[in-house]
Ligand binder design. Structure first.
Ligand code: NAD
Length: 318
């Protein structure tokens, strides 16, 4: 299998590339990325592997997408502009990258004869639907431009699957964390921000009262879901969207306590204002991914936090 990973210089993408290069079924891993939020550092370990190919380019450009698809058998489409606050600050760019860029990738796949496309969807698609745990079929109204873009991706996937006989599989990630997630900048995610603060022996800021919760999911689990989706031969598993999570609910306060213990520090967090566009609670029902895709979250939240903390600690020391 020759696999194109878009967004492969980013957090989830680079972890996926690392695992794909260890898989004997994989002959080529090509990364397409414009390095807007990803980095060459995330890819530096892969250049020594002759099965690795690097292509710098933007998914907003259709010709680039066509070129990237040439000679490939399947795509894992991870490239997007993440972050709810970024999408509120700049909805036009988020729309162009996440909707036009994704449509370009789906269309380039169709044009070049690639059938299987696994794409990064998002738990933000549940929007204001109050039910917990979240089941794939019950979604509410989106609460941010980012959530709109991720839902539109799913709508296009459904239409392209039925019109053009493509095999599209959407993975609705729930708060993925782990090595290589960027702790820098205004749109950094909560776990890298907390770890960075603790490593600097500073109090992190919790937006709101800290009682809101997430289904935090270690990146190896998201990678595992991609592998299951790229290789599944089960007909009923194709043209579906799946929750990809741990199925565990952790409040921000508990998350902070766990990381604080890992850091061996006695620090009290600062509390800030609740962020616009964020949902209060999130917890996934992962039974669909388990039964149809064969997905299991093999790394628990606690174990993932230990590994993540160690990774940031050793990269600061290096
Ligand atoms: P990331 O920012 O680390 O990775 C995204 C990658 O896409 C980066 O390397 C970036 O340079 C690249 N990219 C952005 N715009 C591009 C463009 N126009 N052309 C080519 N490349 C471009 O983010 P991540 O956390 O690894 O997210 C990967 C995917 O998973 C995204 O689609 C994101 O929306 C989705 N997702 C992530 C989470 C999470 O918790 N991390 C949750 C839900 C969904």
């Amino acid at each position: 299998m020759r696999i194109l990973v878009t967004g492969g210089a980013g957090f989830i993408g680079s972890n996926l590339v690392e695992t794909l290069l260890k898989d004997e079924r994989v002959h080529i891993v090509r990364v397409l990325d414009n390095l807007s939020t990803g980095t060459m550092k995330n890819l530096e370990d892969f250049f020594s592997d002759e099965r690795f190919e690097w292509m710098e380019g933007d998914i907003r450009d259709f010709e680039t997408c066509l070129k990237a698809c040439g000679g490939m058998d399947a795509i894992s489409h991870q490239a997007a502009l993440g972050s709810v606050p970024r999408s509120i600050a700049d909805p036009l760019t988020t729309n162009a990258v996440n909707i036009t860029g994704t449509l370009n990738m789906f269309t380039a796949a169709k044009t070049t004869g690639i059938k299987r496309i696994v794409y990064a969807a998002s738990s933000s698609t549940y929007g204001d639907h109050p039910a917990l745990p979240k089941k794939e079929e019950n979604i509410g109204k989106p609460l941010s431009p980012y959530a709109v873009t991720k839902y539109v991706n799913e709508l296009y996937a459904g239409v392209y699957a039925s019109l053009y006989d493509l095999e599209l599989i959407g993975l609705r990630y729930f708060n993925i964390f782990g090595p290589r997630q960027n702790p820098q900048g205004p749109y950094a995610a909560v776990i890298p921000l907390f770890v960075k603060a603790l490593l600097e022996q500073k109090a992190p800021v919790i937006n709101g009262d800290g009682k809101h919760s997430r289904d935090f999911t270690y990146v190896a689990n998201a990678v595992n879901a991609n592998i299951c989706a790229l290789f599944t031969e089960k007909k009923e598993a194709i043209n579906q969207v799946y929750n990809i999570a741990c199925g565990e609910q952790t409040s921000l306060l508990t998350l902070f306590e766990l990381l604080k213990t890992e850091a061996g520090l006695d620090i009290t967090p600062d509390f800030g204002v609740t962020r616009k566009g964020d949902v209060l609670h999130s917890l996934a029902d992962i039974s669909k991914a388990k039964s149809l895709l064969g997905y299991t979250p093999s790394v628990s939240v606690r174990e993932g936090l230990v590994r993540t903390f160690e990774w940031y600690k050793s990269s600061v020391e290096a």
